[in-house]
Design a protein around this ligand. Sequence first.
Ligand code: HC1
Ligand code: SF4
Length: 567
Amino acid sequence: TGRVIIDGQAVEIAGAKNLLELVRRTGVELPTFCYHSELSVYGACRLCMVEVEKMGLVASCSTPPSEGMVIYTNTMRTKRLRKVILELLLANHDRECPTCVKSTTCKLQKLAKQYGVNKIRFGSRDVKLPIDDSSSSIVKDPNKCILCGDCVRMCKEIQGLGIWDFAFRGSKTQVTTAFGKELSEVDCINCGQCITVCPTGALTAKSEVEQAWKAILDPSKTVVFQIAPAVRVALGEEFGLSAGSAVTGKVVAALKKLGADKVFDTLFAADLTTIEESMEFISRLEKGDKLPLFTSCCPAWVKYCEQAHADLLANISSCRSPQQMFGSLVKKHYAQVIGKEPGEVVCVSVMPCTAKKFEATRPEFTTGGVRDVDIVLTTVELAQMIKEAGIVFNELEPAGFDNPLGMGSGGALIFGASGGVMESVVRFVSGYTSGAEIGRIDFYPVRGMQGLKEAEVEVNGQKLKLAVVNGIANAEKLVQRIKSGEAGYHAVEVMACPGGCIGGGGQPEVNDTAARVQRLKTIYNLDTMEQVHKAQDNIYVNHIINQWLNGTGSATVHHELHTRYVP
Ligand code: HC1
Ligand code: SF4
C-alpha cells in the first residue's frame, strides 16, 4: 500500500511486485531483456535501471516499491548506462544482423535502435563458437547469446527440465547444456519454449523453408499441405494484424499462391483423433484398465514421458497425433487415390510447434520407407515463405480447404487450446453413450490459461474425473500426485506449452500472455461459429473411416492411426 512518485506523478503501489510494473502503469515501457512476468526475477541485464532518490540507480525489476519512493525513469545517468550496456552487449555479439533469422524481430537490434546506439566504442569479439544444429527442432548459435538467462529459467521453471545452464566464468561465461553435449544428446523435449523468450538469434527453430521450396518447385512432386488449429489464430501477427486475428481463409489462399497442390486441414485428423481416443477411453473405462488415460497429441509430452515415466507409457493413448494420422492417411491412401507412389507425394505440415518437427522424424511414422510427414514448417516459417514470394497477405481473398481431408468440427479446432482435446472427447463420449443427438456441449471448466484445470462430468451415470495441464513442470507435479495416490483421474490432457498449442515454440513472438489469451479467445469464437460442433458429426471423417479404413475398430485403423510406445 501507499504511493510512490514516478517522474513527478503519484502512483498507487497496490498489487505491484516491483518498480518495473509500477512504471509500466504510468505509460512508460522500460527496456529489459530478462524480465518476464511468468518467470522468476533475475535482474541480470540491468537495462531497466531507474534512479531513486536516496538510493541511486536500481534495477526496477528486482526492487520492490515502498511508500514515498521518488523515482526517475529518464535521467542522464539512466540514459548513459543503458547505452553503455547495449554497446557492451553488441561488442560481444556476432553482428551479422541482416543475415540473422531474428533480424527485425531481435530485441537487441530493436533496443539499439530505440536508444540511439549508432556506434560501438569497444572492440569486437574475435572468438567464434560452434553452432549446434544437432536437434531436429532447435538451432543454437552461442555467438548471439547475451546471457540474459531467459532460456535457462524458462526450461527450468515452466518445463521443469533444466536443459540450459550457465557454464564457465567471467568473459568466458556461456549458456550451454550439461557437459556441453549437443542438444540432440540431452533430454530436451523440443518444445521450443526457450526460443519464445530468447531476445536474439541465439535460439531459433530449425528452418525447413528451403526443403519446402524445393518440393513446391519440383514438378514431379504433388505437394499436400495440412494446417494445424493454432496457426490460423497467430499467423496474422507476422503481417501486423492484432494478436488472435482469425486468418484461416487467407492461410489457405497464401498456400495455393505459393504453389501447394492441395491444402487440407489438420482439423480433419483431429476429429479422427477425437473419435479414436474416445473409443479407447470408453473401452478402458469398461475394463477399468490403464487409467487415467493420458493424451498423446503433444510430442514434447510424449518424449518427456518416455524419458521420465516409462511406467506411464501404457496409460498414454495409443492414438497417433493428428499430424501423424494425417500423414498416414496421405501416404497410405490419398497417394493411391491420385495414382501416385508415397514418395511422389510430399506432405507438408504447418504447425505452431517445434516438437512436431521431431515427431515427424520418428521412425515409426513411415510408409513404404518414406516419411508420412516430410516437412514441418512453423507458423513463423510459413510467414517467411509468404514474404519471400512477395504475397501481400493482408489483401488476400480468403480461400477454402480442399476435400476430402479439408473439413473439421469445432471440437477439432479447439485442440489448439489447452483443454481442447479433453472438451472434444467429452463432446464425443457424451453423445456416443447417450446414443442421441445431444446438441452443443460447451465445457467451460477445462478452458483457459491456468496451468492445472480439474473437472467432473457425468457420463452414463458414471462420474468421470478429468484433469488438464499445460507446462511440463505442472504435468510433473500432477503425475507425482497421481502416483502417490493423492489425486485420481479417469483422463488427463497434457500440453507442454503455456496455454496449449496457441503458445507453441513455432508461433510469432509475443512478449506477454495477453497475446496468447487473444489467440485462445479467437479459437473459442471460431468454434462457436462452426456448424459442425462435434467430431462424430463430421461426415467426411465418417466417410473416410468407412471407405479407406474398413470402419471404426478395424485392423486397418489400428495399424494406420495408432502406435505403440516402447519403454
Ligand atoms: Fe497442436 Fe494437434 S492441437 S498438437 O497443439 O493435437 O502443434 O495447433 O496440430 O497434431 O490438431 C500443434 C495445434 C496440432 C496435432 C491437432
Ligand atoms: Fe528446454 Fe524446451 Fe528449450 Fe528443450 S526446447 S531446451 S525442453 S525449453
